[in-house]
Design a protein around this ligand. Sequence first.
Ligand SMILES: [Zn+2]
Length: 547
Amino acid sequence: MGRDLPFSLLLFIVAACCAPGAAWSPIRIKYILSKDNLQIDQEQMLTLTKQLMPQAIGIWQDILRVDALRHPLFLPRTCRVSFVNDTTQCAISCHEALAPRYEKCGEAVISPMHHDELEVCKSATVVDGVTKWTGCKTLGRAEDGGVKQTDFLIYTQAIQTDDCAIPGRKNGALAWASTCHIDPQSERPISGFINICPSILPRYQEDGDLTEQLTTVVHEIGHALGFTSTLMALWRDESNKPRTKRDQCGIPPILKYTNFQVMLPGNETLHFPDPSNFKRALVVTPKVKQVAREFFACDTLTGVPLENQSPYPMWGAHWEERVLGTELMSGTLNSVVKGEPLSPLTLALFEDTGWYQANYDSEFVSRPSWGLAQGCLFLQSACITDGGPIAHPFCITSGQSGCSSDLRSVAECNLQRHTQRVPEQFRYFDDPYLGGEWSMADYCPFYGPQNRVLCSQTPDTDLDTLEMFGEEDVACFEVVGSLSTPERKLYQTSTTAGCFRYTCESDHAIVHLANGDQARCDQEYQTTTLSTVNASIKCPNLLVLCP
Ligand SMILES: [Zn+2]
């Protein structure tokens, strides 16, 4: 007789096969406001509908191409209780009495106009090992239903929950999202939801700065579109074949825990360095590998790590913060000056799902500063090795000023003494309580976003300094020695970094002090002496300074 299958398995029983003659075209994304789930006022609503959603959707539409749906989008219905015969036949049907009356995506109830058809039966019996259904009929699609001209639908809600960040409190989410439905044939995500915390949604201002909110919404839509742990076992290769082996019913291996289960991606998708630990995983698909080798300047790179600090005993749905701290799809918002870059690496991941082609030339794509051209050691070594940082922006002196990874601000080293011991594998100091502030960055201390001074903003001070501030051609540089004289001080109380004007030449950069003194930078980490003060400039990554 029948047995129940969890939701996640049901959708994959339809045989996966190839869409002949894929018609790649820019993805058409629509959003639906989840009307009963918007705890925002009219002004916030304007921000959401006039700015955030259209802008975020516009970015993904410019970046991703899909094999466009040739029909209106219908959402497959979930069969909550189903009859399945033995696994050699892989057929499935639903019990009519228990077929869902309504379904949700996030908190939104899906309109019956959008439901796909579903076969339901009154009963099932097994005769000689073969399941026979009786009293079957098809619950059809609504006439003139479906969502036209659409490849992906996002239900948009704004509910304040305990998970939401509130101003003044340190932790908390800004928004979250998930995939709801996948296409039965291609298995590409076709719907999802996003919850935007009302506490982060400002009131409408025509030219208000929404960098942080927009970055957040673009990140979350990225999850709903497929950057998620739970769908990696469904990725396909260039010839549309599943990258992970399926059983005879088309189902990938399932990893089972007491409270949840997840489809386990095969070793052509993820590599687990320790096969008994599913929290640590590297993405090893071809485009990700190729783009990452170029980005990190590491020809022997075998894969790119996913975030290992997830609340579940499994791989994360983000790039590892420790190696891609400022990338859009890392787990924490790190750089809000210009938003976090959506990088070619994330585009490569989307391409390796088999569901997308990506536009690497999009104006919304750029390389992150963190890790850029830092070589294989950056990936393989501990961030603090032999008592020193292996690369910028890691640091070892709590509170000391240095430069943020993007060189746009003078930032503080976030090394701190924790109240609990730092987990053993993330200890870099003799004192077991000492570590960087962020667990997601594997407790690596770095020049972080707190207490920083933006080089773009002229400080409100009459201090006579050697520094310069401004929007253009000004960046943070680290200083060895002292730039302070009785007459001149750095704006910072610390003397180890400051904002200076610079010019880019073909193969080097010149740093200009306000008194006319100059330093020349030919390569990263070079120190170059100044002539009017007893100090040197420590040169930054020229690929970041002069892209
Ligand atoms: Zn995320």
